[in-house]
Design a protein around this ligand. Sequence first.
Ligand code: HEM
Length: 179
Amino acid sequence: MKGVVFTEFLAFVSESWDEDMADDIVEASSLASGGAYTSVGTYDHREIICLLEALSVRVTLSKEALMQQFGFYLAGRFSVFFPQFFTRCGTLFAFLASIDDYIHVEVKKLYPDAELPSFDVLDSDEAQMSMRYRSSRKMEALAEGLIYGAAHHFGRTINVVAKDGGDGSVIFVINETHS
Ligand code: HEM
């Protein structure tokens, strides 16, 4: 997985806890990379699972909850790095539909060795959208956090339900809620 995800993960840990926590989990994880990530490098995606495990023990939150929190944070960072992906879409649902058709296509041009998930729209109307996430890396908790983070960017309040889609896929049912 591209280094930008790892550098942002360690930034997320430093901001949410502190730099010592980031150093500590790197040290505890005996990573092949040594944790010296650069944003354009490519690293084994399982390193993030090791880092999450080490963080989970220290902060007594589940790996899934932490991955989701990181996804929320990452969406905010992507909106700073790649504002054009957000501004070209008028609505949250149009943005989510553009991940597979446009955003990750552009990401692949930028980083040819990126391993991206598929994220297909199954159904969509004004209030609800269903999408199927499929990836051998099984990062659905990251995907869910990214969806919530994107909603936050568009100023929408949503509720996401994740269901087993069979064949190892996950179906997200995203509802806009009005407060
Ligand atoms: C501007 C928006 C976005 C950009 C620039 C972007 C870019 C990226 C990049 C660079 C990776 C790493 C892939 C690799 O290194 O192999 C990635 C992975 C991923 N992206 Fe996106 N992404 C964006 C939005 C989203 C959103 C909103 C979702 C929500 C579903 C999403 C779902 C994922 C997931 C789950 C992964 C982890 C890899 C996997 O599941 O197989 N992305 N994305």
